[in-house]
Design a protein around this ligand. Structure first.
Ligand SMILES: Cc1ncc(COP(=O)(O)O)c(C=O)c1O
Length: 186
């Protein structure tokens, strides 16, 4: 029987150009980028060049880009890191009811430590209504938002664009985490 793989939201085969671009770093330029010797520094150059490229995709400074080992580490780093670093400023976290458990477990951990968590509903396509985001923000200087950005459904892109516009133009002080969405929004 022919097998069909339908889980591209979880992982995909590596795009051939990506595999080709990364191949030298498995075989020739393999030094530890934190090492001061030449092998390490060659690898370091590649990491810094990648950081600059990612930064330019979203208009950030390279020193604002942090590479992690994967999604769970990024969720913990971003959600708990931002929450604890700004604890005195605000403690409201807005997320959705369909988050990956790496996010919900962070949210539960933060709830136990006094953070106020709002879980927004989604429609049948898994989409958060931007109006719900707006209604749930009680203090525009004190909220952190974590909502999945990735969906193949066009309504998700439309909804996310509205949420992004809302945040950037009306609530510039809140922190926003858009998970897995970069490639869909550039
Ligand atoms: C939002 C989110 N966080 C974490 C993960 C898990 O990522 P990893 O296995 O790289 O830790 C996923 C995986 O799909 C995810 O969608």
């Amino acid at each position: 029987m022919k097998k069909v793989y339908l889980d591209y939201a979880a992982t995909t085969p590596t795009y051939p150009k990506v595999a080709e671009a990364i191949r030298p770093y498995f075989t020739e330029i393999f030094g530890n980028p934190s090492s001061i010797h030449r092998f390490g520094q060659d690898a370091r150059k590649a990491v810094e060049s990648a950081r600059e490229k990612v930064a330019s995709l979203i208009g950030a400074n390279p020193d604002e880009i942090v590479f992690t080992s994967g999604g769970t580490e990024a969720d913990n780093f971003a959600l708990e890191g931002v929450a604890f670093a700004n604890e005195k400023k605000g403690n409201h976290i807005i997320t959705s009811k369909i988050e990956h458990h790496a996010v919900t477990e962070c949210a539960e951990f933060l709830a136990e430590r006094g953070f106020n968590i709002s879980y927004l509903p989604v429609d049948k396509f898994g989409i958060v209504d931007p109006e719900d985001v707006k209604k749930t923000i009680t203090d525009k200087k004190k909220a952190y938002i974590s909502i999945p950005m990735l969906s193949k459904q066009p309504p998700m892109s439309r909804s996310m664009r509205k949420i992004l516009a809302l945040i950037f133009y009306q609530f510039p002080d809140i922190n926003f985490m858009g998970l897995k969405g970069l490639a869909r929004f550039i």
